[in-house]
Write a protein that binds this ligand. Sequence first.
Ligand code: TNX
Length: 513
Amino acid sequence: MRLRSQFMLLGVFLLMFGACTEKVQTDLAKTAFIPKPVSVTATGRAFDINSSSTVFVHEGADHLVNSAKFLADAIGHLTGSSVAVETVSDAPAKGIYLSLTADDKIPAEGYKLSIGEKLISIEGGDEAGCFYGIQTLLQTLPATITPGEKLIVPTGAVSDAPVYSYRGVMLDVARHFFSVKDVKRFIDFLAEYKMNTLHMHLTDDQGWRIEIKSWPKLIEVGGSTEVGGGKGGFYTQEQYKDIVAYAAEHFITIVPEVDMPGHTNAALASYAELNADGKARDLYTGIDVGFSTFDAHKEVTYKFIDDVVREVSALSPGPYFHLGGDESHATKHDDYVYFVNRVQGIVQKYGKQIIGWDEIANADMVKGAAVQFWADAENTSLGLEKGAKVLVSPASRAYMDMKYDTTTVLGLKWAGTIEVDHAYDWQPDTVVAKLTKEQVLGVEAPLWSETITNLNELEYMVFPRLPGYAEIGWTKNEDRNWDEYKVRLSKFGKRFEAQGVNFYRSPLVPWEE
Ligand code: TNX
């Protein structure tokens, strides 16, 4: 009898202990963060978020109110009951408190997250930093909770800041069109992993996706189809502004790309006068590249580009305009150089800095220009010699349209297959000889959409590679290694599921059940 009750007691104890270890994780150092922060120290206690936990914002920092609501919504979404947001002039004694650093000890985009038993404080180096502190806090919470379950945050401190100031992805909305709603969901993903740039590939042979009021046929004709012959689509200027604003709320800058002088069939189909022979091209729905070109010696070409750059730049508050410049196989070399030089002047006239694919290094490089390394190290080195910075997107590592392995149904494989380890295990400042870290503007992972037709397919190619690209842009090379990363990533499977994300269950990741 005594023995039996002892066993029962032990059972109860094990049950409690089991429940504790599973649900109430109070060691901040054991929390899986992506991207990996600069430093995490644990104090082993717990902060209990409940419906009466208020999110306080330091007075005067108005943009923080948006971020506070974002946090309150995220907590509300988990617990099912909403959390209040209030403005205060001093740090409160309890609750969650957002503020901006009073000195300059915290760098741009950096933050300090301090979690005590009564107060969580997030101090940002700037507003973006505060938002990233919120994202880190959210990663301490479970993916889902059962009704009535406590929401516990392990106590301690996280101090953090990124290595690179440009951490992005590219979405090709030209080969297949993606709706405003889809783009917003993509923006949510970027924000979660502290990425700050969405490069939108707005035009290509198969589609022109942005309304240009002075050239209306671009969307009427050029926007009317896509790869495979579907109906295509386009963003009105109002819709594009809506994307830009939504991105800004998440501290994400849109980099618009209008690809030229090649990849321009959709424009050449819309306006006959842009063609060397004055004849409009047929719309194109295949996936070949390198057959189209603007005429570098017609003045109307530059009138057209001036209008496009003016209208797109006016809608895009970010510093960069991407002029494409890749695979212009139908343009003679001298014409290409002349063309890119003239277009750089137009982009500068509208107050933007230039980015182009690495081929643009064959032209002069104006001040502040950046080349996007995708395939050609020689071009990239040439750009560096001419004083340009490099945006790093090596196709063999960073192209999210490459298949994971030979069995992946979607995607292409011209740059090889890219499993999750191969996507993660490389260093941005060694992709080209003699590159220095200072010359690297940042890291971008492009998603070309020849084979990607909808959001579900997009998610499958993006997850789980995207968090790795985010970490490559945020965390120092020496603090990253695949064997440690894959364990952290394994814990995100549940988050992907809770968010309804269609992801590739790579056999290389020990997914947590
Ligand atoms: C190359 S990368 C391209 C794109 C294709 C992509 C497919 C680059 C600058 N040009 O036009 O969509 O490969 O992976």
